[in-house]
Design a protein around this ligand. Structure first.
Ligand SMILES: [Zn+2]
Ligand SMILES: [Zn+2]
Length: 416
């Protein structure tokens, strides 16, 4: 018995030399992966490497075949066990012994996504409807860029029956219509006069097929609705309303090639409760194109006498300092433009070494809040000070009010 085990060892070495990629690695899953995880990995990768999406790319084609092979091996508990114990060679031996089945990778693909295993633009296959959704994204993610995901419920080919609708995999030709899906019915229009009408077959609902034992998961409908998770990459400075296309990710059906899913990015309204814990002023910035807007409150003292500082926390945490020196005034409603503190300007090539990211501006509008009531002593002291000052300077109250000068009426008394 020494010889066979030595031979097996040798085979293992040879296999290593041939460098067949580990199925788990290929699918990007670990050895404990559940059936669902295996399916999910196959769904993602088979679409990514499908030859229709990578025309002329031989390595993608190779990957597409390998992914299908890996899925076939790991989705069946029996072959998975063999693979786990004996690897690729174990599977090969099993196949030679007649225990394996090798499917066309396109067949496998069509079981998952419908259609004929192709994306079908060129083959003239029926295409399902496109789906449009809006995904709300906080301003922070538009500013910094963010790789995230979103969930969407969509129609999927039933995993349980692989789109056949049958519990035992048996689908029979409808005996009523003979598989045509239509019935010819005769209507009597008048005695002796008949009209032939083509109608959808009642027995099979026009499918031409009947199922005795319906799949318990989809109830024979061949499709299920499921919540799917999609990756979402928000680029830095992405414009509001940007559309991202997910090819062939719309509702699936065995009868068509899935249409495209179009995602529109919209800005999420900041939530006072949810977003306040971030303590970032930037959360409440308003965006207009590449510029950001912010309202800053100043007290009367600050607006009039200056000598104040504000530290605004921007969307990535950096601080924008606003300040005035003593004696520098701000008018209510005055707008200050802080150059380069707006949104990063989106570039279709993304961030790259070939260009520097430019930024829009931050526009700060000042609101001045006057005190409701003045302290009595303070009011008295201020009044006296002002009165003394204006007498000394000869301030014209009419002029000081900022209203247009009325023509001076003869004999009118000067207020001063
Ligand atoms: Zn029928
Ligand atoms: Zn089913």
């Amino acid at each position: 018995m020494l010889l066979p085990s030595a031979l097996f060892l040798l085979l293992c070495v040879l296999q290593l030399a041939a460098c067949a990629e580990d199925f788990y690695k290929l699918l990007g899953i670990d050895r404990q992966a559940s059936e669902r995880e295996i399916k999910r990995a196959y769904r993602t990768l088979s679409k990514k490497y499908h030859p229709d999406k990578n025309p002329g790319d031989e390595s993608a084609k190779q990957k597409f075949v390998e992914v299908a092979e890996a899925y076939e091996a790991l989705s069946n508990p029996e072959t998975r066990k063999v693979y786990d114990q004996y690897g690729h060679d174990g599977l090969k031996q099993r196949q030679q012994g007649g225990g394996g089945q090798h499917h066309d990778p396109f067949d496998l693909f069509s079981r998952f996504f419908g259609g004929g295993g192709h994306f079908g633009h060129q083959t003239g296959q029926r295409r399902g409807p496109d789906v449009e959704v809006r995904v709300a994204v906080p301003l922070k993610d538009f500013y910094n860029g963010h790789s995230t995901e979103f969930q969407l419920e969509k129609q999927q080919i039933c995993d349980e029956c692989e789109g056949s609708g049958s519990a035992d995999g048996k689908v029979e030709t409808c005996s009523v219509c003979g598989g045509h899906g239509i019935q010819i019915k005769k209507h009597m229009l008048a005695p002796g006069i008949y009209q032939q009408v083509q109608m959808q077959c009642d027995a099979c609902g026009g499918q031409g097929k009947t199922i005795k034992h319906k799949c318990p998961v989809c109830g024979g409908s061949r499709v299920v609705r499921k919540v799917n998770t999609f990756p979402l990459n928000i680029e830095r400075g992405a414009p509001k309303g940007q559309q991202i296309k997910y090819e062939n990710d719309a509702d699936e059906s065995p009868d068509w090639v899935a249409g495209d899913l179009h995602v529109t990015l919209v800005e999420k309204e900041p939530d006072l409760v949810e977003d306040n814990e971030l303590k970032v002023d930037g959360t409440f910035f308003r965006r207009k194109g590449d510029d950001l807007y912010w309202k800053e409150l100043l007290s009367l003292r600050e607006a009039w006498m200056g000598d104040w500082t504000r530290n605004l926390t921007h969307l990535d945490g950096h601080v924008v300092q606003l300040s005035r020196k003593r004696g520098e005034t701000i008018q209510p409603g005055q707008v200050e433009r802080v150059a380069g503190e707006g949104m990063p300007k989106w570039h279709e090539d993304g961030d790259s070494v070939y260009h520097k990211t430019e930024f829009g501006d931050l526009l700060v509008e000042y609101t001045v809040v006057l005190p409701d009531k003045m302290d009595k002593t303070m009011e008295k002291e201020f009044w006296e000070l002002w009165d003394k000052w204006r007498k000394k300077k000869g301030v014209d109250l009419q002029k000081d009010s900022g209203r247009p000068q009325p023509p001076i009426a003869p004999g009118a008394k000067d207020e001063l």
